[in-house]
Write a protein that binds this ligand. Structure first.
Ligand SMILES: *[C@@H]1O[C@H](CO)[C@@H](O)[C@H](O)[C@H]1NC(C)=O
Length: 183
């Protein structure tokens, strides 16, 4: 009986110190807020002014695959209010993604999403996550690991839906539904 009660004491101690860590964060930064954001990301690989450019690739890519496994892209993607490129610009997503799925298209994204409109103008949240483009065209989830400005210390998630994807050249418009917890 001694071992289980010792274990319980350790677990209770760990829970108490987690609780006090949360209290300290609240004291320093104020209570947590929840913010929802909705926008469309335009990832354009083609044309005279692409927003995503190939910076490195696998030496033996599969033919006819616009984003073959091992391709690394740098991005400065436009974020708009509505799905059309002419719709109001609300921010940009700078960073990179690598094609990381061998059997089907899947990416790992490391991107900083900065807003340029509204109450969060100049603030940004940061995604570092797998993006299962082929497996989940609707309802794939990305992890939000941090933020800047009003989104300092942010945690959260983004639900993605492919609004448009050109399978020949990789151009895409992706709908983002973002939930952020921040202080
Ligand atoms: C957003 O912030 C920038 C930099 O402070 C400023 O130049 C710009 O006018 C702001 N935009 C809006 C829509 O408030």
């Amino acid at each position: 009986m001694r071992t289980p009660s010792l274990l319980l004491a350790i677990l209770l101690g760990a829970a108490a110190s987690l609780q006090s860590a949360a209290d300290t964060t609240e004291l320093l930064l104020g209570p947590a807020k929840t913010t929802h954001l909705h926008f469309f990301l335009h990832d354009t690989l083609t044309g005279k002014d692409p927003s995503a450019v190939l910076v490195a690739r696998n030496r033996t890519p599969k033919p006819d695959d616009p984003v073959p496994f091992g391709s690394l892209y740098a991005t400065d993607d436009v974020l708009t209010e509505g799905p059309q490129r002419e719709s109001k610009v609300v921010g940009n997503a700078q960073g990179l993604y690598i094609s990381s799925g061998r059997p089907q298209l899947s990416l790992v994204l490391g991107m900083d999403f900065e807003l340029t409109e509204g109450p969060f103008n100049g603030s940004a949240f940061v995604v570092y996550s797998r993006n299962t483009v082929a497996e989940h065209p609707v309802g794939r989830e990305l992890a939000i690991v941090g933020g800047r400005g009003k989104f300092r210390m942010a945690r959260g998630y983004a639900m993605l839906r492919t609004h448009y994807l050109d399978n020949n050249n990789g151009d895409a418009i992706v709908e983002y539904d973002v939930t952020l917890h921040h202080h």
